[in-house]
Write a protein that binds this ligand. Structure first.
Ligand code: BDR
Ligand code: CA
Length: 322
């Protein structure tokens, strides 16, 4: 690997926007994928793993796929959102039917630890799914916290842009799916940058963008095929002309951080009650009496972004794949 390349572990639950993000990553010459690690979320782990294997094989992505957690740390597994990502996790577009392959040996959490230990200071973990694998990796070896380069997360809804939850009125889906893991990841002594709904729900690739990309080659055509129902759902539920690029936005931060406005302060996640899964940042410049954020390290949270710039970088990436 060249010294200028960032080594990336992509932790994911493919997932339609996860597939978009993986293809976005493939198009980035400055990034080298060290592994794709899978977890439950948009579908069960056997399905998300199968999908990750399908995507890496079909698009010639040279990275091992390791299967990870099948359920949250503490709460019961919530039902998969088949009404969003389909029964097969990829829009029921009949692309993965009949495909079977085995993931590489080893649990995702164990491999995350090994990859970080083998490459101190060089690995960015990009997590766009429930944070269970990252929490398990920290439990297994807390020392990795000081060895990662960065942990970038698609997760959370911090209300900076007035945007709250998509899983509940206050909780974003990845955090809501395993709030205990998310709280562990946000309070650990490693750098974390969270790209939450505040930003990602405004990064919309519209219908015409998707149609243009479908004409640009195999990657664009594939993404068009798997996102027909996803796009329709956004039209019905959110009155949007297109799809939110949730996971792509977090991936875009790796190559174009200047597109994002970040705020610094410790983050906690609500782990019980009606607000379970809510993510809350206390800004560094705000002082309060003793509270649950005291003593926890500051994290970076995206409060705003050049939304059009994120969408443009996605279109450029998909077009470049042909
Ligand atoms: C996040 O939840 C999943 O459904 C998407 O893939 C994305 O990672 C958005 O809240
Ligand atoms: Ca995802």
């Amino acid at each position: 690997m060249a010294d200028t390349e960032t080594l990336v572990v992509f932790d994911t639950d493919p997932g339609i926007d996860d597939a978009m993000a993986l293809l976005f990553l493939k198009a980035q010459p400055s990034l080298k994928l060290a592994a794709v690690t899978t977890v439950f979320g948009n579908a069960e782990t056997d399905i998300t793993t199968r999908n990750a294997l399908y995507l890496t094989q079909r698009f010639g992505i040279d990275a091992p796929v390791y299967a990870g957690a099948t359920q949250p740390l503490t709460i019961a597994r919530r039902p998969a959102p088949t009404f969003i990502h389909g029964n097969d996790g990829l829009g029921d577009a009949d692309v993965v039917n009949g495909f079977s392959a085995k993931p590489a040996e080893g649990h995702a959490a164990e491999r995350i630890v090994e990859i970080v230990r083998a490459n101190p200071g060089r690995v960015t973990i990009l997590a766009v799914a429930p944070l269970t694998n990252l929490a398990l990796a920290l439990q297994r070896d807390p020392g990795i916290a000081t060895l990662v380069k960065d942990v970038v997360i698609m997760g959370g809804a911090f209300a900076w842009g007035g945007r709250r939850g998509n899983a509940t009125p206050v909780a974003e889906a990845n955090v809501h799916n395993d709030p205990h893991a998310a709280d562990m990841v946000f309070t650990a002594a490693w750098p974390v940058t969270a790209i939450g709904l505040d930003v990602t729900s405004h990064c919309v690739a519209n219908h015409d963008d998707a149609a243009d990309l479908a004409e640009s080659g195999e990657a664009g055509r594939f993404l068009w095929d798997i996102s027909r129902g996803y796009e329709e759902l956004y039209r019905r539920r959110n009155q949007l002309d297109g799809c939110c690029l949730h996971d792509v936005a977090a991936a875009a931060y790796l190559v174009a951080p200047e597109l994002f406005t970040l705020r610094s302060g410790p983050v906690r996640v609500v782990t019980e009650g009606i607000a379970i899964g809510q993510s809350i940042q206390k800004l560094d410049e705000h002082t309060f009496g003793p509270n649950a954020w005291d003593g926890h390290p500051s994290k970076l949270v995206a409060a705003n972004a050049d939304f059009a710039g994120v969408v443009e970088s996605y279109k450029t990436a998909v077009r470049s794949l042909g």
